[in-house]
Design a protein around this ligand. Structure first.
Ligand code: HEC
Length: 257
């Protein structure tokens, strides 16, 4: 049997398998070989062996003998039936493992509007967000606030959120998640002004766990804009999109002008 090309091939396949699966991980600095890579290596080995056995006509004939015998000789009937059963069973098990319903936990879905904290610290000052209205609505001149808001927007936000506030800024396609579209009825139209203030002040880094796994490119503006500048840009966002902010106590989002 040691000199028979068929059994030599089987032995070679087994040795290759053992080397790949157990040998490679034992080399210093290497890790387990992934199943797909094992399959690739084994296919390469198999092709090599087939080339070797078919290279010589006599060897090729001898190689085929056992296969031929199992398929036709009546004394090997039990082996033939056993192989047929085993093969059928293998295909069945494989199919079953592919279509079986999995009990793995569903992937973490990203929540676009996670629950905001009830308060935040803005440059060391604690601001309570619950029930908070935009202070600029009650003080000073609305036209001035909107002019400030527009300046802040075009200096800082346009590159991502777009000239038309629709999330189509020049850099927008470079980010995942993409910058949000404020014209859409699913973004600021659903939010209170204090939520929007929080998102602008703390940006992507300030998102709670359910706001990940994606890395938001939204910067934390706390370090670049003053409190009043953020409130002014919030006013500008609502004014330019003509959405009304959601008010405290409302369960639905605000309406449109
Ligand atoms: C570098 C690109 C970038 C810039 C600049 C940027 N944003 Fe964003 N912004 C994003 C991305 C990306 C998101 C979506 C992911 C997220 O919610 O953090 C986002 C989300 C937001 C949200 C959340 C809206 C919602 O419905 O939850 C607000 C509000 C916002 N941005 C306002 C601003 C304002 C105001 C400025 C300018 C002061 C600004 N952004 C500048 C990338 C940017």
């Amino acid at each position: 049997m040691r000199h028979h090309p068929f059994w030599q091939s089987v032995a070679l396949l087994l040795i290759a398998y053992v080397l790949i699966v157990f040998g490679i991980p034992m080399l210093p600095g290497s890790a387990l070989v992934p199943k797909s890579v094992v399959l690739q290596y084994m296919l390469t080995v198999l092709v090599g062996i087939l080339i070797w056995v078919s290279d010589d006509e006599a060897r090729w004939t001898r190689f085929k003998e056992p296969l031929h015998a199992v398929l036709v000789e009546s004394r090997l009937k039990t082996i033939r039936n056993g192989l047929l059963g085993a093969l059928t069973l293998m295909v069945g098990c494989f199919t079953y493992s592919q279509v079986r319903a999995s009990v793995a936990a569903p992937p973490n879905l990203r929540s676009i509007h996670p629950a905001p904290p009830s308060q935040l610290t803005f440059r060391g000052k604690t601001i309570s967000l619950t029930g908070l209205e935009n202070p600029l609505r009650a003080q000073g001149d609305m036209a001035t606030h909107l002019a400030t808001g527009r300046r802040v927007y075009y200096q800082n936000c346009m590159a991502c959120h777009g000239d038309y506030l629709d999330g189509q800024g020049h850099y927008a396609t470079g980010f995942n998640p993409i910058p949000l579209n404020f014209q859409d009825n699913g973004t600021i139209a659903q939010l209170t002004e204090s939520f929007v203030f929080w998102r602008i002040a703390k940006g992507g880094p300030g998102l709670p766990r359910e706001g990940t796994p994606w890395n938001s490119a939204m910067p934390a503006w706390e370090s670049f804009l003053t409190e009043d500048e953020i409130w002014a840009v919030v006013l500008y966002l609502y004014d330019a999109t003509r959405w009304h902010p959601r008010t405290w106590g409302e369960t639905e989002g605000g309406g449109h002008d």
